[in-house]
Design a protein around this ligand. Structure first.
Ligand code: NAI
Length: 334
């Protein structure tokens, strides 16, 4: 409802001169389908290109009947399918890859998803080198460095245009806090920093309206491991898809708003970041101001309390390994 009403009110403000092609790679999957639907409902999107190794033309035909103005095309693997899907894209969202099953961590997906993301990144570097690349495929802490390395190897890496999608972590944090406090989640703006798995996810409740929540270990754990609730409930049928689609569509919408000139658009996202380079961490998720060039400004983490300081220390240990693992993979499997 929230997305739909926001999209409706913006329908009148989207300018016809802003032509925005958005491409989804992995469009026929659990995330890809509802994400494609939400993008079709977004008046800022003028052309939607849906690619998957299976089923994208069917999803595209279905979504194309939704009566909004944008055009929708589906692409299957062929000599030029992926290339054409990517050509002239302003935003590319990548939810391609396998999701978790109960008992798995996101890192367990590495072996399968690393090569899928590497290969799609190669195609992006060749056919859409200037697009904003939004990586959803897990483990995000490693897949984003993989895309960076591939783009570097092709000589087209622009750190301002590469984003790991961590929006779902703030979406969850805001919802979970609203449940504890019996408030409207729209009023609960919770900063979450770090990475996108387990202890690398660091909610900063001390900066919220409820600073006392920073000592609520259960709530911290729920934000860090909220994805597990969905994996467990789906019982082998995958991980978050619907809430993830909403979060991914929100991130894409924010990028388009910023690209179309809106100021002060801020989203949390996992980007190449100077914030903790002195601790050996080259990629970090924090609030980022978006602009026409992608990353406009990486905002400082701000004041954290002693408990959060400890959470950050734990985050750095895993995050560093995850980032290294991604880089090493590309170095060894170019
Ligand atoms: P899914 O299995 O339902 O869909 C994945 C889709 O990717 C399938 O349609 C498959 O055919 C396609 N695919 C596989 N290889 C491909 C390739 N080389 N090119 C194009 N398409 C390809 O999985 P689901 O649930 O949609 O999840 C996708 C990914 O998103 C997983 O890695 C999952 O862990 C991740 N995820 C990320 C979240 C985040 O917050 N960043 C949240 C939830 C899931």
């Amino acid at each position: 409802m929230f997305m739909a009403s926001r999209i409706q009110t913006r329908a009148f403000s989207a300018s016809a001169r802003n032509l925005s092609k958005v491409t989804v790679l992995g469009a026929a999957g659990g995330i890809g389908q509802p994400l494609s639907l939400l993008l079709k409902l977004n008046p800022r999107v003028t052309e939607l290109a849906l690619y998957d190794i299976r089923g994208a033309p069917g999803v595209a035909a279905d979504v194309s009947h939704v009566n909004t103005k944008s055009t929708v095309k589906g692409y299957a693997p062929s000599a030029t399918g992926l290339q054409t899907a990517l050509k002239d894209a302003e935003v590319v969202l990548i939810p391609a890859g396998v999701p978790r099953k109960p008992g798995m961590t996101r890192d367990d997906l590495f072996n399968t998803n690393a090569s899928i993301v590497r290969d799609l990144a190669k195609a992006c570097a060749e056919s859409a080198p200037n697009a904003n690349i939004l990586v959803i495929s897990n483990p995000v802490n490693s897949t984003v460095p993989i895309v960076a390395e591939v783009f570097k190897s092709k000589g087209v890496y622009n750190p301002k245009r590469l984003f790991g999608v961590t929006t779902l972590d703030v979406v969850r944090a805001s919802r979970f806090v609203s449940e504890v406090k019996n408030t409207d989640p729209a009023d609960e703006n919770i900063t979450v920093v770090g990475g996108h798995s387990g202890v690398t996810i660091v909610p900063l409740f001390s900066q919220s309206r409820h600073p006392e929540l920073s000592s609520n270990a259960d709530l911290i754990k729920r934000v860090q491991f909220g994805g597990d609730e969905v994996v467990k409930a789906k019982d082998g049928a995958g991980s978050a898809t619907l809430s993830m689609a909403m979060a991914g569509a929100r991130m894409a919408e924010s990028l388009l708003r910023a690209a179309h000139g809106e100021k002060g658009v801020i989203e949390p996202t996992f980007v190449e970041s100077p914030l903790y380079k002195d601790r050996g961490i080259d990629f970090f998720s924090s609030n980022v101001e978006l602009g026409p060039n992608g990353v406009e400004k990486i905002l400082p983490v701000g004041k954290v309390d002693a408990i959060e300081e400890k959470l950050l220390d734990a985050c750095f240990v895993d995050l560093k390994k995850n980032i290294e693992k991604g880089r090493k993979f590309v170095a060894e499997n170019p």
